[in-house]
Design a protein around this ligand. Structure first.
Ligand SMILES: [Zn+2]
Length: 375
């Protein structure tokens, strides 16, 4: 299971990035109405997928849990034991990205964006936040401006927003998503891609999506041409005892239908053509499913391996206000410059932590890479 999930994660990213022309071939008008054929396996993608380490993902999650409580509000605390709190977690995440960069000859630009969030929802006093991210620049000058972002939030909280000392392990919410960013950076930094990949871990999600909103604002200011945002939140899955609805072989991939930033003219066109399911976000979700078909085949015994389930909603039913990741909401705002180009995918796992994390990671990577591939 772990190996399968890991392969799934990497294969997705690599397929996208390294397999130019495959998607185009499948879109040949002569094939309309015919069953979509799985793309052939790319040995580069397959090799990268093999490098995904379930053990490393588990270690990353365990380390994040060891910070005891990663409440964003703990950055104002003066009495925390050494090695606890959100700042200790930020330091560790930054160190991981820097180690990855050192291993690839400085290929990653590691950034720590520190800013002070003014009081607002669930933040009573000015609070310093840290977004940590690593940029893998595209190797093709003509395409390096195209960007894909993989992100998760590293802050956690317990049932009391103000409690910065009680246990708030947040293994699934969202150490699992951060582990996806870390593992993706570790593996993909060993490769070269024509376009640019960004691996991020943001703070302030539990208080109101502050970290992602800030990153989106920054991206807009910097003119990032984001073609896809892969947001992983709770990809470690629900492990509540007695919950009978868990499925360890499934990752839910949520995608937006009508782009929030669609113009009136675009909305008229969508209505006229019945294009409610043709959005960039939906296409990105389908690309994930295509990659899954290539690298995670059903066994001879008929057992289906780890796979994505496409959910054509922005987020869980009636849960958007709480669950919609800040990257999604924020990047829809910041993307107005590019019309409806940016695709935001939200992933949530139904399964068990390691397999889920790895699967999500791979699917995101696969998607990103296919979209970033030349051509
Ligand atoms: Zn979360």
């Amino acid at each position: 299971m772990k190996n399968s999930a890991a392969k799934f994660v990497l294969s997705g990213m690599l397929t996208c990035l390294l397999a130019p022309g495959l998607a185009r071939a499948q879109m040949d008008s002569r094939n309309f109405g015919a069953p979509v054929q799985a793309a052939p396996i790319d040995p580069r993608i397959q090799a990268a997928v093999q490098q995904i380490s379930p053990q490393r993902i588990e270690q990353d999650i365990s380390t994040l849990v060891s910070f005891h409580n990663r409440s964003t509000l703990s950055s104002n605390d003066k009495d925390l034991p050494a090695g606890q709190g959100v700042l200790a977690a930020a330091d560790w995440i930054e160190a991981q990205f820097r180690a990855d960069s050192a291993a690839c000859g400085g290929c990653l630009e590691v950034k720590r964006d520190t800013f002070v969030q003014a009081p607002g929802s669930r933040i009573a006093q000015p609070t310093a936040l840290n977004n940590i991210y690593a940029v893998l620049r595209g190797s093709d000058p003509a395409q390096a401006g195209r960007m894909y972002l993989v992100t998760g939030h590293y802050d956690s909280r317990d049932s009391s927003n103000e409690d910065t000392h009680g246990a708030a392990p947040g293994a699934n919410d969202d150490a699992s998503g951060v582990a996806v960013s870390l593992e993706s950076a570790r593996v993909l930094s060993k490769l070269h891609f024509p376009a640019t990949l960004v691996f991020a871990a943001v703070a302030g999600e539990e208080q109101g999506l502050y970290g992602s909103a800030h990153l989106a604002k920054f991206a807009k200011e910097q003119g990032w041409d984001l073609e896809g945002v892969l947001n992983n939140d709770i990809v470690g899955g629900n492990t509540t005892p007695g919950d009978t609805l868990q499925n360890k072989n499934v990752v839910r991939v949520f995608s937006e239908g009508i782009p929030a930033n669609a113009s009136e003219q675009q909305l008229r066109m969508i209505r006229m053509l019945g294009g409610e399911s043709d959005s960039p976000s939906r296409e990105l979700a389908r690309a994930i499913a295509d990659v899954d078909a290539t690298y995670f085949k059903t066994s001879r015994a008929g057992r289906r391996p780890f796979h994505p389930v496409l959910v054509f909603r922005l987020d869980r039913y009636l849960r958007g206000e709480i669950i919609i990741p800040s990257t999604c909401r924020a990047f829809r705002r910041c993307d107005s410059r590019n019309g409806a180009r940016t695709s935001t995918i939200n992933t949530r796992m139904c399964g068990w932590k390691m397999a889920c994390s790895m699967a999500i990671c791979s699917s995101m990577s696969i998607l990103a890479m296919s979209r970033v591939s030349p051509g």
